[in-house]
Design a protein around this ligand. Sequence first.
Ligand code: UD1
Ligand code: UDP
Length: 368
Amino acid sequence: MKKIMLIFGTRPEAIKMCPLVKELKSRKGVDTCVCVTGQHREMLKQVLDAFSVEPDYNLNVMHEQQTLFDVTERVLDGMQSVLKSVNPDVALVHGDTTTTFASALACFYMGIPVGHVEAGLRTYNVHSPYPEEFNRQAVSSIADYNFAPTALARDNLIREGKKPESIFVTGNTAIDALGTTVVQDFQHPDLTWAQGSRLVILTAHRRESWGEPLRNIFKAIRRVVDEFPDVKVLYPIHLNPLIRQAADEVLAGCDRIRLTEPMDVITFHNFLARSYLILTDSGGIQEEAPSLGKPVLVLRDITERPEGVEAGTLKVIGTQENVIYHEFKTLLTDEKLYDSMSRAQNPYGDGLASKRIADILIKGNTRL
Ligand code: UD1
Ligand code: UDP
């Protein structure tokens, strides 16, 4: 029987790997094993609980304000013994985190084939996003299966000289997840609070924005909210204390800005679906918003998700205070722009990515 191990450790990897775990576990003739690194703790548990996924192994590596060194070392070391005892036929990693990189490296050292889910995303700037662009490029150099979410991602890999027979365009499993989370009859106290206002969802956590850029983002948002009495901002803050501290400094004390704990994925997706617009530096949200028809101002200098920009839903606006202030204000006042950005477009898949990946791995189906 073919043994497939899925390895992940942070919230976004979990959201996009759990649909694949479910799919593989539903298939006959395959032994599916889940190893989480625990790079995230509470934020990972929220996702595992939402999808009712019980990991077989948990390396439990997270500690407060961990460094890239801490996570890399602990994942590499922990994966060695798990891989030795399971010895899977293939190990699947996702995306571009330190968990992704270090666990793929552990597989490479042990001669275990690697399947890379969400392969081929690129900015070609190793400093942005940092260190994710390096991680994804490094994993591509050792992956045996490359599950590219879009044709554009496949083209990047082809240009880099990856073997075409190792690349499969599957769609993004984020869309699979979205298909199960958004419901009609969603209720929440924060939704009651937002009633009658234009609800803006904010998330910001990127490493390259820690410090001044993050404060610039918050200052700009605060200025706009002060000028628009019909706007309310809901910000579920990442558990990193650095982020919470900056958010408290600039955003606290305004009754139309609500700072909350991270939301479980079902709650969060339902808020996205009911929002007026989204401000974010997240990768995953850039994939989710286009299919929900929600305009996104991307709080970064560059994106590896140009399909959403092309579709008209995403606009990359950087981290400078005055630019964010101007762009946010324009989107609130320019109806034509708002309408054109909120047309639902979904360049990221049809919700069947997990099925395709499972077919390829189990049946050895080499082309779609
Ligand atoms: C990581 C990924 C990033 C991804 C993000 C998703 C790397 C280098 N970065 O960044 O690519 O976009 O996850 O959110 O892999 N913390 C908790 N509880 C949690 C999670 C985090 O307390 O459940 C706190 C801890 O103090 C931890 C800190 O957040 O040390 C940072 O977590 P870490 O995974 O190192 O970095 P992220 O910024 O979350
Ligand atoms: N998300 C969530 N709860 C929140 C904020 C985000 O479930 O409070 C989801 C979001 O829908 C997306 C993923 O988490 O699927 C994005 O995670 P994050 O922004 O932490 O990481 P990135 O995508 O930037 O790597």
